[in-house]
Design a protein around this ligand. Structure first.
Ligand SMILES: *[C@@H]1O[C@H](CO)[C@@H](O)[C@H](O)[C@H]1NC(C)=O
Ligand SMILES: *[C@@H]1O[C@H](CO)[C@@H](O)[C@H](O)[C@H]1NC(C)=O
Ligand SMILES: *[C@@H]1O[C@H](CO)[C@@H](O)[C@H](O)[C@H]1NC(C)=O
Ligand SMILES: *[C@@H]1O[C@H](CO)[C@@H](O)[C@H](O)[C@H]1NC(C)=O
Ligand SMILES: *[C@@H]1O[C@H](CO)[C@@H](O)[C@H](O)[C@H]1NC(C)=O
Ligand SMILES: *[C@@H]1O[C@H](CO)[C@@H](O)[C@H](O)[C@H]1NC(C)=O
Ligand SMILES: *[C@@H]1O[C@H](CO)[C@@H](O)[C@H](O)[C@H]1NC(C)=O
Ligand SMILES: *[C@@H]1O[C@H](CO)[C@@H](O)[C@H](O)[C@H]1NC(C)=O
Ligand SMILES: *[C@@H]1O[C@H](CO)[C@@H](O)[C@H](O)[C@H]1NC(C)=O
Length: 893
């Protein structure tokens, strides 16, 4: 046992500062999600005819008001700790990929038990029956690529057979052990799990340090039960715990690494070089582990299952053929823990700079090994973040409250704050955030939510993005582990910056450099536009679209996805025009505003919606005509199945390596992505009634998919046709059917964004990211209060006057803002800056007036004058009817 902290010894090879070896860029396709799709919302057509819906109320009626421990402005009532309504295990199965372990808001240390569930363990832990590989200290939450990080896992044996350390298993291939069913427990800042090898593990964290408490039954002899009688039999082990640290990471990507165990102090330090989970390049990571609670008996290292006592140092260990498992590390065998408490504490500091910094982090953040203190501090930080929102939970089910608060909580897990841990440049005083994973997902709801509930953090993230541009020459579209992540569509950091700008985030943001960054996205094509910026820019500038058969001599990247990239480039350019006009660059503002209308070049007014009900049946046609379609260099359109990449047709052929024109979504879906000019889109679709019919069909036919972030805005776009009630209907349909408090209560990868969708929808407003516009629907609570940014005790309050906890009255009939009649179906950010009271009267039927007239609808930023010389009909005849017929029913895999 050793609680005295020692520095890594002078002789340690790990004292040298890290230098990044030149790492070749390389592409890897994103793995297909192997999970089952939730196909259908089996919903009736024309749902607004059936205005009733059951919200699954019932549960406990809460007579108290929900607010954090401290007295809230509601006064009176019981005070309930809101953390009680945070269940981090939501979304830990069925593709949610949520990180359920111990973390602080934006924390770098993220400790959890890692499982070996293939294709599901992107964030380490999965709520299934898979085995446990160990306990590791860094993760990403909710992502869709390979599993992230998970470096340096600890694994614990209560003892070895015949008290012989050589008879214990060390390798990743052999050590996985079943959990005790039902033993996983998670709360903000805390995670625990029992293993069937008689080890119980609990963990909590500070910013850069994980603290584990491993406990044992205390019996001198324990039996390891085997569930496979053919291969193994029960064996007895002798109580004398072994803790090993392995240099592996979750995707087994280590190219080199080293480790040292100090046999006096029991300190173990090490480093490794690894690959990012959805990007190009490599990163280095470092750790420093100390133990407390038992005397050291033996130390050593291991390679695969070969554990050697007294060899306390390994270096240059990649995961080449001589270590097929990738496992190599160090171990300590302890005497029985002292004082009969049968616990050993393990404290693991992590760093991206050096072993010394990892040790410093650990010593500074957790000098006392006091688990309860660290956990309570973590809970305090979570409360501080969440208490800027209060909801009146009267009459609302516990499930709905848990859905709401857990969604808000998940929004704050990432991007991660690596300030002070930046291994790429140290000549900057700007904050450094990483794990923008990916902006393609997070620009739509997560960043707008952070702008409301945590503007200082959003401000720091904006500064970090700008600093990444300064040092790397481009804004990221996706970023993790100090690496450039793969770009999925446009350069959507442009939208994140515009959103922050129009919402007046200013503190220390260098908007002039921000402006250069977005101009670079718009004007300068990088050589590798698969990891930054945009591609096909010459054509984008000249022709106003990305030709399906374009020849791009300026750079390389995934050449497909011309529709989805095109509509996103157009919106990015629109976002840039907002920045330009706000910063006084009038000529630019005009130019980018004009490019913002380029979406229209994809509109093929003649394109029909063709499909087959069964593969050999006839080609059928819906009444909907006019879709975004790929376009060739000569201006003619090319047919692409309007439903491809939707749950009803070939859902799984549009991931990263897709050859189709739309990415992870159908032309049907992308035909709605015109947030800058919904008026023109509605006109093209045949006017408000036809638009509403089409958007409803999108939701009822199964073409809509809520497991991906592009699905969010179409829930609310009925507002643009003056039908906000239908938006409310759909929000109430997807929550709680697809967004709820069960372990599979998220319909797709969380991306720290799914929770932002449910949180916004339940609070009663949804952002049109990039614009100063929030679309209004009735909140799921009697009252929602959000601390106003202007300070003092001001709140932005949304109140439902005749709230119906049964969820029948969900349609706004009339509204007032600060006592005055309010007829718009949208508000601006000013409400959240200044505070105020927005009050709704709701009814069981769609309201007759509120938000329905032209003047009540959200802004469209284009008029007829913007389309004077539009030649979108050019080449319509070029569509190949046979190709149409052939593709209409092409079978999925
Ligand atoms: C856990 O439960 C699953 C069935 O749900 C079962 O297959 C497995 O053996 C159980 N594991 C243990 C360790 O009891
Ligand atoms: C986990 O282990 C602890 C300590 O032995 C015990 O108190 C607890 O009941 C166990 N939990 C489960 C679900 O088995
Ligand atoms: C430990 O010993 C106690 C007392 O003999 C016994 O009841 C218990 O089942 C043992 N626990 C284990 C895990 O073997
Ligand atoms: C510690 O390890 C060194 C070599 O690394 C060895 O010389 C020394 O005897 C060991 N001490 C103990 C107490 O095991
Ligand atoms: C185990 O490792 C030791 C020390 O590295 C080495 O001498 C020995 O040959 C290895 N044994 C096997 C079976 O690989
Ligand atoms: C930071 O240092 C790097 C070299 O390490 C240099 O290329 C870069 O220009 C510097 N950046 C700033 C903003 O000073
Ligand atoms: C990020 O981390 C730094 C260093 O620990 C800290 O000073 C800063 O407040 C953090 N920022 C946020 C938004 O949490
Ligand atoms: C493409 O490359 C040419 C030649 O180097 C250059 O002049 C032009 O600016 C580049 N275009 C873009 C959009 O980057
Ligand atoms: C942002 O600031 C500008 C200029 O001070 C002001 O006109 C605008 O109303 C502000 N917007 C918000 C959302 O507060």
């Amino acid at each position: 046992m050793e609680s005295k902290m020692r520095r890594a010894e002078e002789s340690s090879p790990f004292r040298k500062p890290f230098s990044m070896a030149a790492a070749p860029l390389r592409f890897r396709g994103m793995p297909r999600r192997s999970r089952f799709l939730v196909y259908g919302l089996v919903f009736i057509s024309f749902l607004y005819l059936i205005p009733r819906m059951h919200l699954g109320m019932g549960g406990t009626l809460l007579f108290f008001l929900i607010s954090p421990e401290a007295a809230g402005p509601y006064g009176g009532g019981h005070k309930v700790d809101i953390l009680r309504y945070v269940d981090p295990l939501i979304g830990t199965t069925n593709g949610g990929h949520v990180f359920p372990g111990a973390s602080l808001p934006y924390g770098m240390a993220k400790a959890v038990a890692d499982t070996n569930s293939h294709a599901e363990n992107a964030a380490g832990f999965v709520s299934d029956n898979s085995e446990i590989l160990g306990f590791s200290h860094m993760h990403d939450s909710g992502t869709g690529g390979q599993p992230s990080m998970g470096n340096f896992p600890l694994f614990v044996h209560a003892g070895c057979p015949e008290d012989d350390h050589k008879q214990c298993v060390y390798s990743l291939m052999d050590r996985p052990i079943a959990r005790v069913n039902g033993s996983a427990f998670a709360a903000p800042g805390y995670f625990s799990l029992n293993l069937t090898n008689h080890v119980r593990a609990e963990m909590t964290v500070t910013e850069h340090t994980a603290l584990y408490r491993f406990s044992f039954p205390g019996n001198d002899t324990l039996t390891l039960k085997s569930d496979d009688p053919l291969r193994k039999k029960d064996v007895d082990i002798t109580y004398s715990p072994i803790i090993l640290v392995d240099l592996v990471d979750l995707m087994n990507s280590r190219s080199t690494g080293g480790i040292q165990v100090y046999n006096h102090s029991g300190r173990i330090v090490g480093e490794g070089q690894y690959q990012p989970s959805f990007g190009a390049g490599r990163y280095n990571a470092f750790f420093c582990a100390d133990f407390k609670g038992a005397a050291i008996r033996k130390t050593g290292t291991f390679i695969s299952n070969n554990a050697t006592e007294g060899v306390n140092f390994l270096d240059g260990v990649g995961n080449g053929f001589y270590i097929p498992s990738g496992s190599a590390g160090a171990w300590i065998q302890f005497e029985k823990p002292v004082e009969n408490n049968h616990e050993i504490m393990a404290r693991v500091g992590v760093s991206f700079i050096s072993v010394d910094q990892a040790c410093d982090n650990a010593e500074r953040e957790i000098a006392d090994y006091n688990f309860e203190r660290v956990e309570s501090q973590a809970r305090k930080e979570w409360r501080k973040k969440l208490e800027v929102v209060e909801v009146d939970g009267t009459g609302v089910s516990e499930d709905m409250l848990t859905t709401f608060w857990s969604g808000l909580y998940r929004t704050l897990l990432s991007p991660q704050n690596y300030t002070g841990e930046n291994q790429l440049w140290n000549n900057s005083t700007e904050p450094y955030f990483d794990s923008f994973y990916c902006i393609w997902d997070s620009f739509r709801a997560q960043h707008p939510l952070l702008t409301i509930i945590d503007p200082p953090a959003q401000t720091d993230m904006i500064r970090a993005l700008i600093d990444i541009y300064r040092h790397e020459g481009k804004l990221p579209d996706c970023r993790m582990s100090f690496s450039k992540g793969y770009t999925q569509g446009g350069s959507n950091a442009d939208i994140v910056l515009a959103d922050a700008f129009v919402k007046n985030l200013t503190d220390n943001i260098d908007w002039d450099t921000a402006y250069k960054a977005v101009l670079s996205d718009a004007e300068e094509e990088p050589q590798m536009w698969g990891v930054e910026g945009r591609g096909n820019l010459e054509s984008w500038h000249k022709l106003g679209y990305i030709p399906w058969d374009d020849i791009d001599t300026n750079g390389t990247g995934p050449m497909s996805r011309s529709i989805s990239r095109g509509v996103e480039y157009a919106y990015d350019d629109f976002a840039i025009s907002l920045l330009a006009s706000g910063l006084g660059h009038d000529a630019d503002a005009k130019k980018y505003h004009q490019r913002g209308s380029n979406w229209r070049n994809y509109w093929n007014p003649e394109q029909a919606d063709l499909y087959r009900e069964d593969p050999d049946g006839p080609v059928l046609k819906t009444k909907f005509k006019g879709f975004m379609q790929p376009r060739k260099l000569d201006g003619s359109f090319r047919y692409e199945n309007t439903r491809a990449c939707s749950p009803v047709h070939n859902m799984h052929i549009c991931y990263y390596d897709t050859h189709l024109s739309s990415y992870e979504g159908s032309p049907w879906l992308y035909s709605f992505f015109v947030p800058q000019d919904m008026d023109s889109l509605i006109t093209l679709m045949g006017g408000p009634d036809a638009f509403v019919e089409r958007l409803n069909y999108f939701h009822t036919s199964g073409i809509s998919y809520m497991g991906n972030e592009q699905g969010f805005l179409p829930v609310f776009q009925f507002h643009y046709a003056g039908r906000p009630a239908i938006s409310s209907y759909w929000a109430r349909s997807y929550i709680p059917s697809l967004f709820n408090s069960s372990v599979n209560g998220i319909p797709g990868n969380d991306d720290c964004a799914m929770g932002a969708f449910s949180a916004f929808a339940m609070m009663g407003f949804f952002p049109v990211a990039g614009q100063d516009v929030y679309l209004l629907t009735p909140p799921f609570f009697r009252e929602v209060k959000i601390k106003a940014k202007s300070g003092g005790n001001k709140w932005a309050v949304i109140r439902v006057k005749n709230f119906d906890p049964e969820g029948r009255r969900i349609y706004i009939q009339s509204a007032t803002l600060n006592g005055r009649r309010y007829t718009r179906n949208w508000i601006t950010h000013e409400f959240f800056i200044k505070g105020g009271i927005l009050e709704f009267v709701v009814g069981e039927e769609e309201g007759k007036e509120w938000g329905r007239g032209e003047e009540g609808r959200p802004p469209s930023w284009y008029g007829d004058e913007d389309f004077g010389d539009w030649d979108g009909n050019k080449g319509v005849e070029g569509v190949d009817a046979e190709e149409e017929e052939r593709q209409a029913g092409r079978r999925g895999r």
